[in-house]
Write a protein that binds this ligand. Structure first.
Ligand SMILES: [Zn+2]
Ligand SMILES: [Zn+2]
Length: 343
């Protein structure tokens, strides 16, 4: 099969083509696994963190990609939920132990044995992939394969972030950074909390304009002051400055969610400017959002179909994954980038 592999960690500034197109053995489904013929795979900021070594794969070569849509090609021994031809999606959660207190509580995203698709196991930048059937999800009919791909990470983790933020009707929500996840969160938040206000902080004017088109109450630069303090905020940027800027704008008792698997180190020194009375006093909270639980993907897909959410996508052929990743790195973003695989 055709696949794109990462052979080691690279700095993208030194090597803008880290993924290599190769002819690779097609995987075989093991016990309770399905073999999936991939048709679309979303491109996520986390791939940059894997390539540059902020969350490195434990082995090389590895096939990246964790927003996978395709059809079941073959069911392995003991598979009950799916049959060949069924359309499925696979997200960041590839497996978890199923026995620890986190798993038993539905928080399998926090399991000590959490394994990630496209990092700890081969992912979707390829024509075929395998996954245990319990970690595959039926895709609602309203979405095409390409539209459904970004829902599996950007959407599902955005859903988890929005829930953890404590957003409610009548409250104000700040979205700091406006990429694949935030443009879906904005649509979700408007649907779930129509009495709330959403303020978007984005670097480029194009992103700010896009946020207003999608119904943001206000949009401005990362350092601008919103019309009202923020009760909740979700930060999806790779940097630290937006955290300080956001904490400054947080209302008393407000909660700040960091939705990033890793932050870049580049501007970390700015944290020395943290001013307790200004940024944290009056019971402001900071919380990270980690991975994604299976129930987030399930609940979010249902909600996305009901709204229905309209993902803005930009399609690239599989072979041009390196270009899509570099555009993401250089913040050339409108909505979500998706690889088309096969005809
Ligand atoms: Zn992702
Ligand atoms: Zn567990």
């Amino acid at each position: 099969m055709k696949a794109l592999v990462l052979r080691k960690n690279y700095s993208l500034e030194a090597n803008p083509n880290p993924l290599e197109t190769v002819d690779w053995p097609r995987p075989r489904p093991m016990d309770r696994q399905i073999l999936v013929k991939v048709s679309a795979c979303g491109v996520c900021h986390t791939e940059l963190d894997e390539i540059e070594g902020r969350t490195p794969p434990p082995r090389f070569p590895i096939i990246l990609g964790h927003q996978i849509v395709g059809r079941v090609e073959q069911a392995g021994p003991g598979v009950r939920r799916f049959k060949p031809g069924d359309r499925v999606g696979i997200g960041w959660i590839f497996s978890a132990c199923g026995k620890c207190r986190f798993c038993l509580n539905g928080d399998d995203n926090l399991c000590p044995e959490f394994r990630a698709t496209g990092r700890d196991a081969d992912g979707g930048y390829a024509e075929y992939t395998t996954v245990e059937e319990d970690f595959a999800h039926p895709i609602p009919e309203v979405f095409s394969d390409l539209e459904a791909a970004p829902l599996l990470c950007a959407g599902a983790i955005g859903y988890r972030s929005l829930r953890l933020s404590g957003m409610d009707n009548g409250k104000t929500l700040g979205l700091i950074g406006f990429g694949a996840s935030a443009h879906l969160v904005l649509q979700m938040a408007r649907h779930q909390h129509p009495g709330g206000k959403i303020f978007v902080f984005a670097r480029s004017e194009a992103e700010q304009q896009f946020a207003l088109e999608l119904g943001a109450s206000w949009a401005g630069g990362i350092e601008s002051q919103p019309p009202q303090p923020l009760d909740c905020a979700i930060d999806t940027t790779p940097a630290w400055k937006p955290v300080l800027e956001g904490l400054k704008n947080l209302a008393p008792g407000g909660r700040f969610i960091i939705n990033a698997i890793r932050k870049e180190e580049r501007d970390k020194e700015i944290l020395l400017k943290l001013d307790y009375p200004h940024h944290l006093w009056l019971e402001k909270e900071i919380k990270s959002v980690a991975n994604v639980a299976r129930r987030d993907i399930r609940e979010f897909l249902r909600l996305a179909a009901e709204i229905p959410i309209q993902p803005e996508i930009q399609v690239f052929p599989l072979e041009e994954a390196n270009r899509a990743l570099m555009e993401l790195k250089n913040r050339k973003i409108r909505g979500a980038k998706v690889l088309r695989i096969g005809p």
